[in-house]
Ligand binder design. Structure first.
Ligand SMILES: Nc1nc2c(ncn2[C@@H]2O[C@H](COP(=O)(O)OP(=O)(O)OP(=O)(O)O)[C@@H](O)[C@H]2O)c(=O)[nH]1
Ligand SMILES: [Mg+2]
Length: 308
């Protein structure tokens, strides 16, 4: 067996000023965090390893306090090399920190960009909580920040994501799209879900792999606030189940949540479905769920050589 070196490991960096929300994002995606739980400032870099399609990946969560920021910039070779995916997090609720944040981004980016041209950059405009998302002042900040980041990222593709820990589902999407969104299977599964959702009055569905990233999703943004609250409560309580390939469904705060776990070609996946419990709506039948599982399995078999 070939030896694994540092370079074989997919390195994902989460960088931003202190208090931007980086650790909250990482823990949320790993389902090890509940909102309101106190977090201490991260000391230097906190690494966590996981597997994605059988490969090792590692998340580096870079503590954002000044002394740590200086140490990364003073020893960039040690801290900032070999980054495949850069997620830069900025706190939209702290406009006084914008200039400092942009300067920090520019310093970090200059080094990484020069040493790792195949880098993929995502900017997370974070703490856009659902209750303030439509506020004109916030929208103005988003627009202006995109312009300013854009001016630094000359000739470089970049993804902007508006995120909040109060919308854990969009957090998952923002982390997954840069890493998996380019895979043909992501689109195929999303299209499959869109068709299924329309036929079965489904508001939300996604597929997660390796219990971490999302490999396709569908979401209706109507009645979003109620759905967000119900889903956050639900997945907090029921999100981590053992794999046993049973279809489980739960009625919870006006929604039916269905969780199905499966395994195909060695990959474990979880299918999540949520739809409103209204009297005039038909529930997705077990038969239709089994059908969609078959189609997911087919897509995995067709595409899994491309995943490797
Ligand atoms: N309103 C709101 N608060 C958030 C959000 N995400 C994180 N926070 C809060 O922001 C504070 C800082 O979060 P952390 O995740 O510790 O921030 P960090 O970027 O890891 O900070 P350092 O480790 O010091 O670099 C905590 O009180 C979180 O609860 C969000 O989306 N909305
Ligand atoms: Mg932290």
């Amino acid at each position: 067996m070939a030896e694994t070196t540092e370079n074989d490991i997919m390195k994902i960096a989460i960088i931003g000023l202190a208090n931007a929300g980086k650790t909250s994002i990482v823990k949320n995606v790993q389902k090890t965090y509940h909102i309101g739980q106190p977090l201490s400032p991260t000391k230097s870099v906190q690494r966590s390893v996981f597997k994605i399609f059988g490969d090792n990946a590692i998340i580096w969560d870079y503590g954002g306090q000044e002394e740590y920021r200086n140490s990364y910039l003073n020893k960039p070779g040690r801290f900032l090399s070999d980054i495949r995916y850069l997620f830069f997090v900025i706190d939209i609720q702290d406009p006084d920190g914008f200039d400092q944040s942009l300067t920090y981004f520019s310093d970090v980016y200059d080094f990484i960009h020069e040493h790792t041209p195949q880098l993929i950059v995502s900017i997370m405009l974070h703490k856009i909580d659902p209750l303030i998302a439509k506020n004109p002042e916030i929208k103005e900040r988003v627009k202006s920040l995109k312009r300013k980041f854009g001016a630094i990222l000359v000739n470089r593709e970049v993804g902007y994501y508006e995120t909040s820990v109060y919308d854990a589902l969009s957090l998952l999407t923002s982390i997954s799209i840069p890493i998996l969104g380019d895979l043909p299977i992501y689109n195929k599964i999303s299209v499959l879900f869109a068709n299924y959702a329309i036929k079965n009055s489904v508001d939300y569905m996604n597929l997660t792999v390796d219990n971490l990233l999302e490999l396709g999703k569908f979401r209706i943004y109507r009645k979003d606030q109620e759905f967000l609250e119900a889903s956050m409560e639900f997945y907090k309580e029921f999100g981590n189940l053992e794999i046993d390939s049973k279809i489980r469904s739960y009625n919870f705060e006006g929604y039916r949540f269905i969780i199905v776990q499966g395994k195909v070609e060695g990959y474990e996946y979880i299918l999540n479905v949520a739809h409103p419990l209204a009297v005039d709506m038909e529930m997705p039948t077990e038969e239709s769920l089994n059908q969609i599982l078959k189609e997911i399995n087919k897509l995995f078999i067709e595409y899994h050589p491309l995943l490797e």
